[in-house]
Design a protein around this ligand. Structure first.
Ligand code: SF4
Ligand code: SF4
Length: 349
């Protein structure tokens, strides 16, 4: 039976021991958690995250982002705004002219990172984002967002190393085959609409995305189809290479081999412009063959999220070697619906 207030004295004794220990005992001193912020900053664990940034290789104009807008489409609070760049003739370039993220809305969910097929957007560790202005000051623009791959390696060495290995393997594979980077601008002339092969991936049974995964039903369905088709180990979409490596103990496998871009005819494909709406694009292909109509139904970003460029995906559907009409992620349900409609009209569905 203790006397009244015994616990109080015991607590004081622990406090006194720790206080004195911080001066003499190394173990106790290392337990100190007070930092003289902002002069002193605690080291951040590698998996800490604040807001997204865009990675470039070498110089800022070598940004990895191809303005496919998948992240813009998938961002749950819709805080990303992208405008694709164009040259002086108005031809779309595969890089963003505008890339804004409203960090007052961003919920740091990292979905943009997970869906980017090009390892172009990553989560930063920088948490010092306070500003005096509540509106414009909290919107990060392209120059603010661009950070080097060296910086990425500095803040997240394990993850960045895995990404580098993946991109290097992909580049070597492409160099061997003599293909250019998937983001190569406008494809040129279409040969006969040869069926573009799907990425060579190992079939892995039907994968189901758990109901409590942080995706909408539509996203879950797409992701399940993608992963079931073997995408889990071959694309940055959906599962980070680091997560794959951690789970399987294997080196992450490179991005799916993109189908070499078909060549556009001399006059180009007038509908191949992501700035045009669906009805404008369909007007331009009224009298064209089915493959062109199918191509016009795509989002025209050549983002390769489907495993092809827009031409390749359309040709594969027309040739019957691709039956999944829902692979155009930036085109969303509108493209899938239009593809179905066109295939029905052509008596192929
Ligand atoms: S998904 Fe990646 S490549 Fe596409 S717009 Fe976003 S950051 Fe750029
Ligand atoms: S972290 Fe989430 S909320 Fe923020 S930009 Fe990316 S997808 Fe949008």
């Amino acid at each position: 039976m203790g006397f009244l207030g015994k616990g109080l004295f015991q607590g004081m004794a622990v406090t006194a021991r720790n206080f004195v220990g911080t001066y003499f005992d190394r173990g106790t001193r290392e337990k100190l958690v007070t930092y003289q912020y902002p002069e002193e900053k605690p080291p951040l664990p590698e998996n800490s995250r604040s807001f997204p940034f865009l990675v470039y290789d070498g110089t800022p104009d070598a940004m990895r982002c191809v303005a496919c807008k998948i992240c813009e489409t998938e961002c749950p609070p819709q805080c990303i705004y992208i405008v694709m760049d164009r040259d002086e003739k108005g031809k779309p370039q595969q890089r963003p002219k505008v890339f804004d993220i409203d960090i007052s809305v961003c919920m740091q969910c990292q979905i943009c990172v997970e869906v980017c097929p090009f390892e172009a957007i990553k989560m930063d560790n920088d948490y010092e984002k306070s500003q005096y202005g509540r509106f414009d000051d909290l919107i990060e623009h392209l120059p603010d967002l661009l950070k080097s791959n060296e910086y990425y390696n500095e803040i997240k060495p394990t993850e960045a190393k895995a990404v580098d290995a993946k991109l290097k393997a992909e580049a070597e594979k492409k160099a061997k085959k003599g293909t250019s980077k998937p983001a190569a601008a406008a494809p040129a002339k279409p040969a006969a609409p040869a069926p573009a092969p799907k990425p060579a991936t190992a079939p892995a049974g039907k994968i189901t995305i758990p109901e409590d995964a942080p995706f909408t039903a539509e996203q879950r369905a797409w992701l399940a189809g993608f992963l079931s088709a073997g995408g889990v180990a071959t694309s940055g979409t959906g599962v980070s290479p680091v997560a794959v490596a951690e789970t399987t103990g294997e080196t992450p496998v490179p991005l799916p081999e993109a189908t070499p871009a078909a060549e556009a005819p001399a006059g180009g494909w007038p509908w191949h412009d992501p700035g045009l709406g669906m009805s404008q694009r369909m007007d331009l292909v009224k009298a064209a063959p089915l493959a062109d109509k199918l191509m016009a139904a795509m989002a025209q970003t050549d983002c390769h999220a489907c495993g092809y460029d827009c031409r390749g995906y359309a040709d594969a559907i027309a040739a019957g070697s691709e039956t999944d009409l829902s692979l155009c992620l930036p085109g969303e349900a509108e493209t899938a619906k239009k593809l179905e409609e066109l295939m029905k009209e052509a008596g192929k569905l």
